[in-house]
Write a protein that binds this ligand. Structure first.
Ligand code: PSV
Ligand code: MN
Length: 389
């Protein structure tokens, strides 16, 4: 391989990954939420835990908030708290899935009153963005139908377009609206934004501040996700990833756990398009829940998995790959990719961390820090934050 590891190190040094505040609270399935000792009791403690991930990996300076889960009285204070911990507030996620009014839809609801309420919630989220310095309003639309004939598929798209335009109009010039898609759940017959094409059409209609969010857990089994990545990058509309792993549904497991090869293929498209660069506009976020594993190490492991996939993608010999592709050398081209994928990049990442003054092994450094024991001892009393708080 003729790849220069220094170039890979320089690119890795620039990569950042955004953490979700909800990953630090209790979570579970609809069958059971397991409480863990030491879990945060408010958004301030969630940020303190996120800061530990940044402390040991050095690449996670931003945290996404979910409103109203992360509702506080004073967002200036929360932003100052984040800054004191060396963090910034990342994307602000709206919540359209936990209000009784939204049983039959929110931004698509047949009743104009409910649609106006959902739009107003986004205006509230934009206020939080202004107070915290966040630039991304992230919308995941849980709306959809369970039964054919339940509502008009087409009318719902028209209502959605109108509602989104109202939200978009409330953005500041430096804000982005990033729009997620999901093929099923909570609705089972038809989601109103089921796929990247629908999300992209709405973004194109809205304007240049609208981008698609690709959550890796939101596709039918067998979907070629890297193809979607390539298409959205061509269109200049890939705004962000929600990284996680899935075996069957929207499992929200640690990214890279189910299919590290898929993660590598996604990062290969990113690297090949120059989208790893911090000014590419692609935000690499995690969207995960740690139901049975400890949460801070779960986030650290996930970050390391993204870094390993990125490092492998950076080691693809682009010249050799292109030459093989142009020569029609099918096996040669595939071998170039597999050589990079099969490289053990852990020593390279250890070098990166050492050069940044970090411990080369973030997992054991976190364990040795004693932070886990400290929060178990200190966080007694109060209500633990959970998925939904
Ligand atoms: C929906 O499944 C989703 O991926 C959206 O990003 C939500 O905001 C998030 O999960 C909540 O966990
Ligand atoms: Mn998501």
């Amino acid at each position: 391989m003729t790849i220069d590891p220094h170039a890979a190190l320089a690119a890795l040094a620039q990569q950042t990954i955004e953490l979700p505040s909800w990953a630090f609270g209790n979570s579970g399935t609809r069958f059971k939420v397991f409480a863990q000792a030491g879990v945060p009791r408010d958004p301030y403690e969630k940020l303190a835990d996120a800061a530990q991930v940044h402390r040991f990996t050095g690449v996670t300076p931003r945290v996404s908030l979910h409103i109203p889960w992360d509702l506080v009285d004073d967002y200036d204070r929360l932003a100052a708290h984040a800054a004191g911990l060396g963090l910034q507030i990342g994307a602000i996620n709206s919540n359209l899935f936990q209000d009784d009014d939204y049983m039959l839809g929110s931004l698509t609801h047949p009743d104009a009153r409910v649609r106006a309420k959902a739009v107003a919630h986004h205006v509230q989220c934009i206020d939080v963005m202004r107070a915290t310095g966040s630039t991304d309003l992230k919308i995941w639309l849980p709306d959809g139908l369970n039964y054919p004939g339940q509502d008009s598929l087409r009318a719902r798209q028209d209502r959605l377009a109108e509602s989104l335009a109202q939200v978009y109009a409330a953005l500041d010039p430096d804000h982005r609206l990033i729009l997620e898609y999901k093929f099923f759940e909570p609705a089972f017959y038809a989601m109103d934004i089921p796929d990247w094409g629908t999300s992209l059409l709405h973004c194109l209609a809205l304007g240049e501040q609208a981008f698609v969010v690709l959550d890796t857990g939101h596709h039918a089994p067998g979907t070629n996700i890297e193809f979607i990545v390539a298409q959205l990058l061509r269109a200049g509309r890939l705004g962000a990833f929600d990284f996680n792993s899935r075996f069957y549904a929207d499992d929200d497991l640690m990214v890279g756990a189910a299919d590290p090869f898929q993660l590598f293929r996604i990062l290969h498209e990113i690297v090949g398009s120059g989208a790893l660069s911090p000014d590419s506009g692609v935000n690499f976020m995690l969207d995960q829940c740690h139901n049975i594993e400890p949460k801070i190490p779960g986030q650290i492991r996930s970050v390391m998995n993204v870094q390993e996939a990125t490092a492998k993608a950076l080691l693809v010999d682009g010249d050799a790959l292109l030459a093989a592709q142009l020569a029609g050398d099918v096996l040669g081209a595939n071998a170039v990719l597999m050589d990079a994928y099969n490289t053990d990049v852990r020593p390279l990442l250890s070098d990166l961390r050492t050069s940044q003054g970090l411990d080369p092994d973030p997992m054991s450094a976190y364990r040795a820090s004693g932070y886990a024991d400290t929060i178990v001892a200190e966080r007694v009393g109060g209500a633990q934050a959970g998925w939904g708080a």
